[in-house]
Design a protein around this ligand. Sequence first.
Ligand code: MN
Length: 420
Amino acid sequence: MEDLRSYIEKKGYREIRKSVDVEFEIAGILEKRKDTILFSNIKGYEKFRVIGNLFNSREELCAAIGTSKEEYLSHVSKALENPIEPRIVSKGECQEKTSSLYELPVLKHFEKDAGRYITGGIVIARDSEYGRNMSIHRLLLHSDNMLGIRIVPRHLYEYFKRAERKGKDLDVAIVIGVHPAILFAASYSTSIDFDELSLAGALLGKAVEVVRCKSVDIEVPRNAEIVIEGRIIANERRKEGPFCDVTKTYDVVREEPVIEVKKVYHRKNAIYHALLPSSIEHRLLMGMPREVEIYRKMRKVANVKNVVLSNGGFNWLHGVISIERDGKTNIRKIIEHAFEAHRSMKHVVIVDSDVDVFNINEVEKAIATRFQAHRDLYIYKEQHGSSLDPSSDKQGLTTKLGIDATKKGDKSKYDQARIP
Ligand code: MN
């Protein structure tokens, strides 16, 4: 079965053999060098290796999940419609060795971060009604058996709330170091009862093989590099943050839940995946799954051709949507649906299907020649937006803006001249 190791062997990587420090040094190298880097000599953490920058562009992420950027939306949509359930096996490499939390090479990334953060950790949990959930959360190293976890109000939040209402802790397994298809699936959020591991199976073209954890009733990919078993403790909160997030500004300090760690298992010579916050790897993992969700929701109201959350908007705040216009097209409705489909989106540009949404210059040209502000601008004040936008007000309220940059009137006026 494909895993992190087979992925990096196939893709290629650069190895850094000199001794490097988990505090700032590895993060600094990952930020500067835009290629996949394996650090094989970690000062004070000789049992582990560290990998970062698993993919460094939209093209590389698409290749990792078996598609191209042009086919991406339909490829993932098809996978979602044809999920492949994981298959339980009795033995897994991920349980070959044990260590303690303090033996893991957890990085400190940015100057004002609250501490050392696990950023590539996939949290797997189970609910008796909803089934399995897989999602990525930042994890602050509080002590040798305690992690802080930031849980935004999505699926895991609901799982934990349900356990907490009964006065119960929520068992979790945290998986670090897997094939990018599993990482991508864990970043995908659709309906709450959808099992993200079955999306990973569909993207890989075969069932993900999983093994049962030792101390919690949860299964994990058998060839994961590292597995942390523990539980999110009911009715306990601790300060979490500041933390440099996707916009490269600091997220605020909040009271967040804590995880009591019971066991740490790993492979021989395990590779710890360090996901650098605000890197293209981080931004694409946040934004690209959301593009598919926007696409799937918008297709119900418009003939949508493509959706992109652009690099300049941190792959999160800015959307470009191309559509095929017909007589019934209602742009206001499309814009409002887009904001509904992705609540963190602040600015959205609607273009015709002849505009290449991957090329921001082409999008700007459409705004320059197909848009009139008095007619085609839609402004929505005091909307709930992203807490990661430092210009939003204290309550997280923001102004949203939609631009209709589609052709209007006599279409022939827009024809581009040709040299015969
Ligand atoms: Mn989910």
